[in-house]
Structure formats: structure tokens, C-alpha cells
Design a protein around this ligand. Structure first.
Ligand SMILES: Cc1ncc(C[n+]2csc(CCOP(=O)(O)OP(=O)(O)O)c2C)c(N)n1
Length: 582
């Protein structure tokens, strides 16, 4: 990219702060909240009654969609899915007694670095510490799952604390925030009046709100090591997706023929049929990615926090491997892998700098060919399962059908556990407008998150992949989807079992006899029929050759759809390739 084009991008990132309505006027808290959300382009609010009713009435007038859910946790997950897809904060709300449920739903966006704004009501001071009905202390529940957790006592505080919530949620590494507003239902704050000014700051409407420039010195050093390395590899994390830096990673990788692995959060950085793509690395991974990262003589972690999952418990790469780490948050640099060079900066801006400093192309083709060979070996290993005609259906075959089916602008939303491994390892994203988001760890997240994702991108097909164990959690949200016309396709990998737990249960039993099924089997339930009952399209699939037709029918149906796929409980997701310890 030319220098001038680069400057244009930068300027558009660092836009001037602008006011939405620059006049002070007397208004109630409810109106202020509604106007502020409107100004920040919040299009949907996810909540359970009863909270900020007057504000919700004002929001209707301003055209904000109010999505009433069946639980606060699902509301938080919807806000999370909304935020990850729109790159703008997602908002969820609950009354005081729902606060604990809402806080539990913030664990996933906290771990997944997603900007969710959570609002709860709290009883007025005179009711505090006197055994008020339905209320425990909120602050300690929200502390571990938020970046910013404050009480809003007076309406005059709103113009300070509500915009601060947007600043906190969207800047640096994004994350959830919590406002505990006065009144069990927030009514004290909503109904109070004051002279207020609604100020909207453009740059904090979305993330990354600010893109820090890396120091030139660190860029020079990093590029020097990359040029010297014989077997460099990139591990692209969620920070690359947050920064929309996928194309920049690919451009940089192509200049030097650097193989690219991704974390699960980074899936979508590079097309998975690109010759430099080696797949998802870590514990939920493709074996070829783990092998390539283990063989590398330099690993570039870009926008990855180097946690246990992306590094297979810090074995891939082995500690001591030379590492260049790029992160927007300086405290991440070297947290788990001593950095040869640590670069603090936004992923996109930093990669543009890398590209400028590299200057010319220099292919390391022998190393790239080695990577390709390992990728082919991995694909060959699973070929027969992917083409299996067996019934009950093999999950590898389901994943192959999903790869073929996923529309070119589709969003794949994956649950955790085996769902994360199946989609991460066995589903291939092969179009640049496809995206992937996944649970950061909480079982059941994916279905409500997919509804939030669809609210954020109504024109894009949204496909959720989830096990039956995960789907049971928030089944009631099928009613929400049908009531509000949120048209997603949910693919249930139905083995009526918590399959991922089976190995551990068997290990716990050892040689002992006993009822193992009791610990992980559910009734064989037909989710297609449940979906139909809730006003959705439902189809059950028992033969592999029916999968593709069923998926197409689901996508073209005018209702939210569930494709209930009866799969073989014997299918075990691929285990992580681990290097022999030195
Ligand atoms: C909130 C929560 N509780 C428990 C777990 C542990 N866990 C991970 S995967 C899993 C089983 C998932 O079963 P299912 O969704 O049916 O998928 P399968 O393993 O059968 O493919 C469990 C219980 C978790 N990740 N999150």
C-alpha cells in the first residue's frame, strides 16, 4: 500500500470527536440514555424485564430495537455476539435481582475481549444494608468480568459515566463494563430530570477506538529478526480480527512466504485454502499448525495473548523459542513467552509498518513447502471420515458439508468444547467475507450469541454450530428468535451426550464398573420438533446425503431454523498434537 493511502486510513481511524446534539436541555435520565444510545449507533438492546422501562419507551421512539429475552445470561451473550460482529458495543440490561445472572453472562465477553455494556438497577441508599428484598451486593460480582464497574447515583452523573462506559469498553483491548443505576428497576435515575447535554464521541462508537502507532525502534528490530529467521511463523490472534488486519497479515506473510497459523479467535485472518495457511494452533487445533509452530525458529504472535489454549498449555511453541509479540496492550508483551522483540501497537498499523520496512519480497520457499506438506498430510488423515456415508453421521462429514454450505458472506458462530474443535479444525473458511466467532469457554453461548450476531448483520447469513448439551442451555431463545424474526440457522450436532466429557469420565472410572452414561448422556430429543413448536423451521437429518439439502432449506426458510443432525457418539474430535518434551 502506498504511503498516502496509509495516511488516509490512519486519519479515518483518528477522527475528530464530534457532538451528536450540542445543546443543553432539561431532560429525564430515560431520555438521556435513549439519545446517547441512539447517538452511539446502538441499534438493539437485549434485556429481561423489568429495567429502565421509561428509557425503553424512549428508545422505541428513536427506533432502537428492544429484544426481550428469556434470561439475563442469554441477553449478555446476545450483546456479546452483536458486539463481535458489529465492532460496536452491545448493550444488555437487567433489574436488580437479575444482576447475578447478567454478571455470569459477562464471563465470556470478558474472556473474549468483547465490549458489552451491562446495566442493572440497584436499590436506593436507604434500602441498602437492611435486607432489602431480592438484592445482594452487585459490585463484587461484576468486578472479575468487567474493565469498569461503577454505581450511577444521580442523573447528573450520566453525561460523565455513560460516555465513559463507551470509552472503556472500546479502547485498548475491548471488554465489558457495568453501570449499576439507582432504583431497583433503574427508575430513580430514569425519571429524575436535569439540564443535560448529550455528547457522542465518534471514535468510541466502535473498536478499536484508537489505534496506537508502534515505536519505530521496535519495528526496525522486529523486521531485522524476521529477515534473519529461516523458519518464521505467524500466530494471528483475536487482536487481528478486532483490528480488521487480516489482509495486512496476508500481505506481510506473502512478502516473505511466512506460514500463518491462527488462534480460534483469529480464524478468518487468512483463507484456509491459501497456500500459507496452516490452520488453528493450540489445544483446539489442526495437528499441522502445531507441528509448524513447533518447528519454527521465530514465532510472531500478533494480537494473541499467548494463553494456554492457543499454545496447547504453553508447549507450542516451546518456551525459549524466539518470539516477536505485537499487542495493543503493553502489559501483554512477554507475559508468557519472553519477547525477543515486543511491539506495542494496533495490529493493522503495525503490520503496515512491517510491510514498509521489509521493502521487498524474499521468499523462504523451502520452509513454506514444508508447511504445505504438513497441511496436506493432515487433510489426508481425515479424508475418509470427511467422506463417510455412515449413519449415525460422522461429525467430520457434517463439518465437510458445513464448509461447502457456508455462504460466501456467512458468519459461523461456534459453541465451546468439541464444537470449538470441530469448527476450528474441520471447517474451512474459504471466502474473504466469511467470519467466525466462538465461545470463549461458556457452554451454550453460541445460540444466543448467533442471534445477537444476526441483529448486528441482518443481511448476512448466520450459522450456529452447537452440541445438544450446549443447545439445551438457551433453548427458550428459539421463542425469542421466532417472535422477533431473527433468522439464523442453528446446526445441532446431536449425539445426546456431553461427548467431550466422556474421555475424562472413563479415566475417572478406570477399571471400575458403574453407570457412566448417567454422567454424560441425555434423552434423545428431536430438536427439530421443538423448533417447530416454537414457531421456527425445524428439520432432522439422519443420513449424510440429506445434510446439504436440509441446510439449504433452512437457509431459504422464512423462519429461524434448526437443523438437528443425528451424529455418531463414537466420534472423537481431533486431539492436539503435542511435541515430545525436551
Ligand atoms: C458453563 C460451562 N459448563 C461446563 C462446561 C464443560 N464442558 C465443556 S464441553 C462440555 C460438553 C458439551 O456437550 P455438547 O454440547 O453436547 O457437545 P459434544 O461434546 O457432545 O460435541 C462440557 C460439559 C463448559 N465449557 N461451560
Amino acid at each position: 500500500m502506498s504511503n498516502s493511502k496509509f495516511k488516509v486510513i490512519q486519519n479515518s481511524f483518528q477522527r475528530q470527536i464530534r457532538s451528536y446534539n450540542d445543546t443543553v436541555s432539561k431532560m429525564c435520565g430515560a431520555r438521556f440514555i435513549a439519545e446517547t444510545f441512539k447517538g452511539y449507533q446502538v441499534t438493539h438492546i437485549f434485556y429481561v424485564e423489568a429495567i429502565l422501562r421509561r428509557a425503553l419507551v424512549e428508545m422505541e421512539e428513536l427506533g432502537i430495537q428492544r429484544i426481550l429475552t428469556h434470561s439475563e445470561k442469554a441477553a449478555a451473550y446476545m450483546a456479546d455476539g452483536y458486539a463481535r460482529v458489529s465492532h460496536r458495543p452491545g448493550v444488555c440490561m437487567a433489574q436488580s435481582v437479575g444482576a447475578a445472572n447478567l454478571a455470569s453472562g459477562l464471563q465470556d465477553p470478558y474472556l473474549g475481549l468483547s465490549p458489552v455494556i451491562a446495566i442493572t438497577g440497584r436499590r436506593i441508599p436507604i434500602a441498602q444494608h437492611r435486607h432489602a428484598y431480592q438484592e445482594i451486593s452487585h459490585g463484587p460480582m461484576f468486578d472479575p468480568v468487567t474493565k469498569y464497574n461503577v454505581i450511577v447515583e444521580t442523573v447528573e452523573q450520566l453525561p460523565y459515566l455513560l460516555p465513559q462506559a463507551f470509552r472503556e469498553a472500546t479502547s485498548g483491548a475491548p471488554g465489558p463494563v457495568h453501570l449499576d443505576v439507582m432504583g431497583n428497576l433503574g427508575e430513580e435515575l430514569a425519571e429524575a430530570e436535569a439540564d443535560l447535554r448529550v455528547v457522542v464521541e465518534e471514535q468510541f462508537k466502535h473498536y478499536p477506538s484508537i489505534r496506537p502507532e508502534p515505536q519505530e525502534e521496535s519495528i526496525r528490530e522486529a523486521v531485522r529478526f524476521v529477515k534473519k529467521a529461516e523458519r518464521p511463523v505467524i500466530v494471528a490472534g483475536g487482536g487481528v480480527i478486532a483490528s480488521s488486519a487480516g489482509p495486512d497479515v496476508v500481505e506481510f506473510a506473502e512478502m516473505l512466504s511466512i506460514p500463518v497459523a491462527t488462534s480460534l479467535n483469529g480464524k478468518g485472518t487468512i483463507l484456509e485454502n491459501h497456500p500459507l495457511s496452516v490452520g488453528v494452533v493450540g489445544s483446539y487445533s489442526r495437528g499441522c499448525a502445531n507441528r509448524i509452530v513447533s518447528e519454527a525458529d521465530l514465532v510472531l504472535f500478533i494480537g494473541s495473548r499467548t494463553g494456554d489454549q492457543v499454545t496447547n498449555n504453553w508447549t507450542v511453541p516451546q518456551i525459549g523459542t524466539p518470539v516477536i509479540q505485537v499487542d495493543i496492550d503493553p502489559v501483554e508483551l512477554g507475559r508468557s513467552y519472553p519477547n525477543t522483540v515486543g511491539v506495542m501497537g494496533d495490529a493493522k498499523i503495525t503490520l503496515r509498518r512491517f510491510i514498509e520496512f521489509i521493502g521487498h519480497k524474499r521468499a523462504k520457499s523451502k520452509w513454506a513447502s514444508r508447511a504445505q506438506r504438513l497441511v496436506m498430510e493432515w487433510q489426508n488423515e481425515f479424508e475418509s471420515q470427511c467422506n463417510s456415508n455412515a449413519s449415525p453421521i460422522r461429525v467430520e462429514r457434517l463439518c465437510k458439508e458445513l464448509t461447502n454450505f457456508l455462504p460466501s458472506n456467512g458468519i459461523l458462530v461456534s459453541d465451546t468444547g468439541y464444537a470449538g474443535i470441530w469448527t476450528g479444525a474441520m471447517v474451512y473458511l474459504t471466502h474473504s467475507d466469511q467470519s467466525y466467532i466462538r465461545a470463549a469457554g461458556s457452554l451454550g453461548w453460541a445460540f444466543p450469541a448467533s442471534l445477537g450476531a444476526k441483529c448486528a448483520a441482518p443481511k448476512r447469513p448466520v450459522v450456529c454450530f452447537i452440541g445438544d448439551g450446549g443447545f439445551w442451555y438457551h433453548l427458550s431463545e428459539l421463542e425469542t428468535a421466532s417472535r422477533r424474526g431473527i433468522k439464523t440457522v442453528t446446526v445441532v450436532n446431536n449425539n445426546h451426550c456431553l461427548r467431550q466429557c466422556l474421555e475424562g469420565i472413563n479415566r475417572a472410572y478406570g477399571e471400575k464398573l458403574g453407570n457412566r452414561d448417567e454422567m454424560c448422556m441425555y434423552r434423545d430429543v428431536n430438536f427439530a420438533r421443538i423448533a417447530q413448536e416454537m414457531g421456527c423451521f425445524g428439520i432432522r437429518v439422519e443420513q449424510p446425503e440429506e445434510i446439504s439439502g436440509a441446510l439449504k432449506k433452512a437457509l431459504t426458510s422464512d423462519q429461524p431454523a434448526v437443523v438437528d443432525v443425528v451424529t455418531d457418539v463414537k466420534c472423537k474430535a481431533p486431539s492436539a498434537w503435542t511435541p515430545a518434551s525436551k
